[in-house]
Write a protein that binds this ligand. Structure first.
Ligand SMILES: Nc1ncnc2c1ncn2[C@@H]1O[C@H](COP(=O)(O)OP(=O)(O)OP(=O)(O)O)[C@@H](O)[C@H]1O
Ligand SMILES: [Mg+2]
Length: 245
């Protein structure tokens, strides 16, 4: 990959390389502002890198045709950190957006799927007819998650799926992510600050610091990495090598 990305003089990603194994879950850990969201947006073609290559299924994304790119992207789900629901649409229209507009599914079938996905994230079907502004922050997050999984994507990027949720709902969402991996066989990439989620969900962990991968390994080594930066991060120590901006 060797991805590099600057915004003006802000060098956010410096030669980031790595790979995500099919049907496994990879956790991207790192402090605020280290470039986690930027990295996954570049991988999904939502942002353009300055240099470096992104390959999905061995296909160089800068070289494939737009049709092939659309086909690949069709199988990728992305949960935005902010939720990014359409304010003017109902919960149903949000969840079923891709099913109706891209896959041309009829509305009653799409509604059944939307209700099923809503139930998976712990919400009742009457929520389907509400607008996003009528929901709490945690409910909006769960509706966004239902939208992300509505079309059963093969690869799912979750940007902080449990941030802003209470501990019980966080566990429900973690279980749901595990279930997506098991039942859909999806490849999951999860950005999180939450150590409990990281330890539970990650087959592999990537730790980003100042726009570089400074440690990667198995979750079994998360708390015994011998990496001073990761050790400070996972134990939430205020002293150590990590420099705050
Ligand atoms: N569209 C943009 N234009 C300019 N700068 C940006 C843009 N998107 C991100 N940045 C900058 O890139 C850096 C990394 O941002 P990013 O959102 O990837 O951080 P993060 O690791 O996801 O942090 P957090 O844990 O707080 O979500 C920040 O300095 C941010 O200001
Ligand atoms: Mg982020």
């Amino acid at each position: 990959m060797d991805i590099e990305k600057k915004f003006g003089s802000n060098a956010v990603l410096r030669s980031v390389s790595g790979e995500f194994s099919a049907s496994k879950s990879t956790i991207i850990l790192g402090g605020s502002g280290t470039g986690k969201s930027v990295l996954i947006k570049i991988i999904c073609s939502l942002l353009e890198q300055d240099s470096g290559k992104v390959a999905i299924d061995s296909q160089d994304m800068s070289k494939v045709s737009q049709i092939t790119k659309d086909e690949i992207m069709d199988n990728i789900g992305f949960l935005f950190q902010s939720g990014a629901l359409f304010d003017s649409l109902s919960v149903f229209e949000n969840i079923a957006f891709k099913l109706i507009n891209k896959k041309k599914m009829d509305k009653s079938k799409a509604r059944d799927i939307a209700a099923e996905k809503l139930e998976m994230v712990g919400l009742k079907s009457h929520v389907l007819d509400l607008k996003p502004h009528e929901l709490s922050g945690g409910m909006q997050k769960r509706v966004s998650l239902a939208r992300t999984i509505a079309s059963n994507p093969k690869v799912i990027f979750f940007d902080e799926p449990t941030t802003g949720l209470d501990p019980v709902m966080s566990e429900v969402i973690n279980d749901l992510i595990l279930k997506c991996g098991k039942t859909l066989g999806s490849t999951n990439v999860i950005v999180t600050h939450d150590m409990k989620s990281a330890a539970k969900l990650g087959d592999k962990i990537i730790f980003l610091y100042k726009g570089q991968v400074i440690w990667s390994g198995s979750r079994d080594n998360l708390f015994s990495s011998n990496n001073q930066y990761l050790d400070q991060f996972v134990n939430g120590k205020t002293t150590g090598p990590i420099v705050f901006n």
